[in-house]
Write a protein that binds this ligand. Sequence first.
Ligand code: ADP
Length: 670
Amino acid sequence: MEPAGAPPQGCAPAREAEEPPGSPALPAEEPPGEGALPAATGRERGRGCRGAGPQGPPERAARGRGRWAPGRRGGEEGARDGRRPRVTVDSSKAKTSLEALKISLRQLRWREFPFGRRLPCDIYWHGVSFHDNDIFSGQVNKFPGMTEMVRKITLSRAVRTMQDLFPLEYNFYPRSWILPEEFPLFVAEVRMMKDSDPSWKPTFIVKPDGGCQGDGIYLIKDPSDIRLAGSIQSRPAVVQEYICKPLLVDKLKFDIRLYVLLKSLEPLEIYIAKDGLSRFCTEPYQEPTLKNLHQVFMHLTNYSLNIHSGNFIHSDNANTGSKRTFSSILCKLSSRGADVKKLWSDIISLVIKTIIALTPELKVYYQSDIPAGKPGPTCFQILGFDILLLKNLKPMLLEVNANPSMRIEHEQELSPGVFENVPSPVDEEVKVAVIRDTLRLVDPQKKKRKDTQCQTLEHVPEAKEELLEAGPAGRAECDTPQSPEAELPSLCLKQVFPKYAKQFNYLRLVDRVAALFIRFLGVKGTTKLGPTGFRTFIRNCKLSNSNFSMASVDILYIDITRRWNSMGIDHKESGMCLQAFVEAFFCLAQKKYKSLPLHEQVASLIDFCEDHLAALDERRLVCGRGLVERRNAVVPCQSDGLPLTPAAHAPLLHRTATSSKFTDYRSHRC
Ligand code: ADP
């Protein structure tokens, strides 16, 4: 392990924030799409590229010398002697992230409750999911539904919906098919592409849904090689075009693990860590051939697989070995003349667009677990983005992890069969900074202080402006001298949304469709729309007319809902899931605005619906006022969400659609 404050080796790229302006690892301030990187404050630049970094040495110092050891000052004693009270964190469910969390809490001088607490804590740190514990207040580091949303099939579906709307914007995700239901489509499309380009010799990668760490993954050259016998039915999977020409470093394939903080869903707030990890294969890469298809150490970058290769190199140096910092790669690329600013900018776009694809369904889960008006915690979450670079440096998304490993140790085989957990400085450097800075960003005390400051500053307008312009890192500098913030490095997490919202907001169409869906869900806690809710949506938005009768509406509902439910995604509830509603919505949009491209059709229909609902709300407001005036009025205004019960959905769902009804719907079908 490096001593605290030791200069990084080689070209010293390991800590992006410390690099001077324009250096490969230092994110700049311009927005993505304009060859830019995430922001770096003047304070970061001023530090230069040597010496104590924002991510590495301080935590080592904290560990080694107890610089931020709990109990030295502050805490409850602090609260008693007039200092601010310490933030309380329940770490009883932290699992494998516990070690990194403990170091972060020591640095922040926050109070850890490793066995939980009878009184509520400010923050609950869960190792697996939102549901690890029943929480009714404070903040939890997981969103409900995130684990489900980033499963291979769900992520592929969500990205595909966006690809249907914005094919060019979402070309960072390899072409994918969902098995078993799209197997015939996969076969047909591959045949068609091969027919149109006989020189195309593709390879595909089959990944079981819900798998991780390379589990069950294999490569094939032809759709007929899919292991059909039984397994296709028993284990749903995604089959994806294999990226045959990845960028290589030292002749090895590698991928990038980037840490992204989803700080809030509404309003959307996204931060990206300025450094990540690069995980290397352990056999020199060759393009896939029938001979080498099975060589996992050549084709799969998973740490969990490659650690078992005799070629795996453990290194304490961020620039060498089988696991390195991403900034060390950027430095290498920069020295080869690569445009790493553009690369950062493309990565930021990829991250924002992927999260935009995930948010609509996440909002459905959120309102189901934490219904508006009920006591509940707020959520934030660290996500792991796995990215592969093409030879031309284009980043491609491989997958998103809801629970990226936060382990800061690795297993080492000391002698044959004897393993020991040893600290991994590269992991510690990156991961402790991500956890600590996530906590700094969600710090509930800071929010209280900010509110107080804002109240004070309301009387001093210039000072307020300065504070707001300074951003989160700048605000850290405003902390009181006894605050640990003052001693901490500047944040390793940089805001990218809403910072770049203007460039990406036009993509958030499905979010608006989800808002309509949620409005008509009716019953609190549900994630599926019943037939009555769907009819009410059609009626309130005035979408039915002589060409599209309510009978056709029912058939549209039954047809699409049945198909989605038969895909076996979620049998817990009956009714129409969001993705099915989105399909129905696209269908209605195509019917109504025939000649436009799909995204314009959808945008026009959203505007149309939102206008009608706004007018309806207005009328209800007036009606409500009238009701108050006529206290004893008998007929109240009707609500959107008619009192729906699962029983109310059932009859229509179970009703067999008559062939005449199908004819009716299909004659109007888009
Ligand atoms: P898991 O969750 O099991 O790790 P991934 O989707 O991350 O599954 O895939 C495992 C590894 O396979 C990746 O780290 C990467 O090295 C390789 N891989 C995955 N998808 C592709 C692809 N489309 N093209 C090339 N390599 C891929």
